[in-house]
Design a protein around this ligand. Structure first.
Ligand SMILES: Nc1ncnc2c1ncn2[C@@H]1O[C@H](COP(=O)(O)OP(=O)(O)OP(=O)(O)O)[C@@H](O)[C@H]1O
Length: 583
């Protein structure tokens, strides 16, 4: 019971915001129309049940005129039902896509703001496959919430209408059991109620494991897909390393989980179907068994028998809505759980005390371009990795950061750029200063080359001449005619070309602080030197911090800082200090 209340509360939390959003009038209008049509549909069913009485009486009485008249009545009810059914589906889908668009935008905004997508990755497995949650779960949530919600309402209304009908029909019948004449008020209603409730309860107990199994299945499917996407993205490396067999084993392993879980799902589904199929068969005759004594005793006409059977079927059908919708409900529950888990993980990732980013203090002064104070950079598990007591770098200064591999240089850069949330300390920058970090392997979005060049700004912000000029400046003249071409650029360009393209990006964006994390490591030394000279010439006001291992880099910088020490955390100190007092 508590689980049900939690589920309902989660659904409310996920669903309500849309109906309070800027799109609420559309949402409420469509929802109102869908509900009205659902009620109209129930009303048509009530009319049809009543029609049974008149129609079968006409047959029993062999009254041909009444029979013909009832056929026309039937046509009227049938046409109305068809129109209602068509528009109900149409408007339901309309509501679905509007709601989904709103919810997808909301999740995308959350996911992309405050580097949440990155922090979620850092925080481990709290929310697996966010892409699946945004693409698939949002879709399922919306469609199932509408269909289950509206279905539930329709079934409650149907239950009430037919219960009243059954109750009044019960008054005309006496129940005789083992020769005893019993008078139980509304006995047909009670019979339907008990029959349906027992069925619902048993189905609930049998179908319970399906919730967990559906949840797991979605997750295993997504893991399998993600691994194949990764393989596709890295297919060249896999081919060069001859890693197909290893990849095959991994994918087989991933698929094995799908296979095993699917079998468990099949078994659980089979158990449930044994029950539901049997239950549905019995439902065909159960009402007749209950009502027939009165018919054979001559108390009621054929029309009443048929109307009662039909009303009985509707009451029991409304009750057993949960039985027939059990798998949908199970899937819906898993979707709701996944979305609530995703929301909670995003909240944690955003929360300041959970994952605190290094505060970026902005100062109006232009004295130091960048200063670090009492930086204590840590790993996600809390282990200290780099410490910087105090460091001040002047505007336009070029500083090289060196140190052992795995020493924490990249992590320090992440902290300076403001995306690394573990640790404490302050990064101070001039007011409005823009920081840009260029990694060793630049990110090139799939699409046109000019878009990849201007990323994350829009290519249209730059004149074509400007884009051509920066390409030429970094010796990528041969790419100038391909600026409008669409391609998988990370696969088409060599790593050195990609690195030159990202230097061209920096030339376009002119950041105040440029962090080069082995951003030229794939280039030959003369080209590397030429690019550093270019940066000095084109961006003289930009403060450049580089990470690099080559000795030739020393001459390209004004100062060298070293991550010193053998134990963690390593301290960042000037190389002069290092010579004076080796750590
Ligand atoms: N997201 C992460 N989760 C856990 N540990 C991490 C994460 N990122 C980095 N580390 C660990 O932090 C340590 C420092 O990594 P970092 O990439 O900062 O080193 P580096 O000095 O730049 O190394 P290299 O010179 O080899 O590029 C490594 O031991 C690495 O495993």
């Amino acid at each position: 019971m508590r689980a049900l209340l939690t589920l309902l509360n989660d659904i409310r939390r996920l669903a309500i915001p849309y109906f309070r959003s800027e799109d609420r009038w559309w949402g409420l209008g469509l929802l109102g129309a869908v509900i009205a049509l659902e009620l109209a549909y129930v009303y048509c069913t009530v009319l049809l049940t009543r029609w049974n009485n008149a129609f079968y009486d006409a047959i029993q009485e062999k009254d041909f005129a009444a029979f013909k008249y009832q056929l026309m009545v039937f046509c009227g009810i049938a046409v109305a039902s068809i129109i209602v059914a068509v528009y109900q589906i149409y408007l339901k889908q309309w509501l679905e896509i509007r709601w989904r668009r709103w919810l997808t935008r909301r999740y995308l905004e959350h996911w992309l703001s405050n580097e949440t997508h990155y922090r979620l990755r850092l925080s481990g497995d709290a929310a697996d496959n966010p892409d699946q949650r945004i693409a698939q779960d949002v879709n399922l949530f919306v469609s199932q919430t509408i269909s289950v919600g509206v279905g539930l309402l329709g079934n409650i209304v149907s239950l009430c209408s037919f219960s009243v009908m059954l109750w009044s029909l019960s008054g005309e019948m006496e129940l005789s059991l083992f020769g005893l004449d019993l008078h139980i008020p509304g006995y047909l209603f009670w019979a339907a109620l008990i029959y349906a409730m027992v069925g619902t309860l048993i189905a609930h107990l049998i179908g319970k494991p399906l919730v967990r199994l559906n949840f797991d299945q979605q997750r295993y499917e997504a893991d399998f897909r993600v691994d194949m996407v990764r393989l596709r993205e890295n297919s060249e490396q896999v081919a060069m390393l001859g890693g197909e067999a290893a990849e095959g084993r991994k994918l087989e392993g991933r698929f094995a989980r799908i296979w095993e879980n699917f079998f468990s799902q099949m078994k659980a589904q089979k158990r449930l179907t044994w029950f539901t199929a049997g239950y549905n068969q019995i439902s065909n005759v159960f009402p007749f068994v209950v009502v027939s004594p009165a018919y054979f005793a001559g108390t009621i006409q054929l029309g009443i028998l048929m109307q009662t059977a039909s009303a009985f079927g509707s009451v029991q059908g409304a009750f057993s809505f949960f039985i027939s919708a059990y798998t949908t409900l199970a899937e819906w529950t898993s979707v709701v759980n996944r979305l609530t888990g995703f929301e909670a993980a995003m909240q944690v990732a955003k929360r300041d005390d959970g994952l605190r980013a290094f505060p970026h203090r902005r100062t109006p002064t232009q004295q130091a371009a960048l200063s670090l104070a009492e930086m204590d950079v840590r790993l996600p598990d809390g282990a200290p990795i780099v410490s910087v007591d105090g460091l001040s770098i002047e505007k336009g200064e070029r500083v090289l950061v060196t140190g052992p591999s795995g020493g924490g240089k990249t992590t320090l850069f992440r902290a300076i750029a403001g995306i690394w949330p573990f640790g404490s300390g302050t990064v101070t920058l001039p007011e409005g200063a823009q920081v840009m970090i260029l990694p060793q392997r630049p990110y090139l979005p799939v699409g046109r080359l000019d878009e990849a060049l201007a990323y994350p700004l829009e290519a249209t912000r730059f004149e074509r001449g400007t884009l051509e000029e920066v390409l030429r400046a970094v010796s990528l003249d041969h790419l100038v005619p391909r600026l409008e071409e669409q391609a998988l650029w990370p696969h088409v360009l060599s790593l050195g070309e990609q690195q030159r393209l990202s230097i061209a990006r920096a030339l376009l964006e002119k950041p105040d602080v440029l962090l080069l994390d082995e951003a030229t490591a794939a280039l030959d030394e003369p080209t590397e030197a030429a690019l550093y000279a270019l940066l000095r010439q084109r961006l003289p006001q930009t403060t450049v911090l580089s990470i690099g291992h080559r000795a030739t880099l020393n001459a390209l910088h004004d100062r060298v800082l070293v991550l010193a020490g053998t134990a963690t955390p390593r301290r960042l100190i000037g190389s002069a200090q290092l010579q004076a007092a080796p750590a």
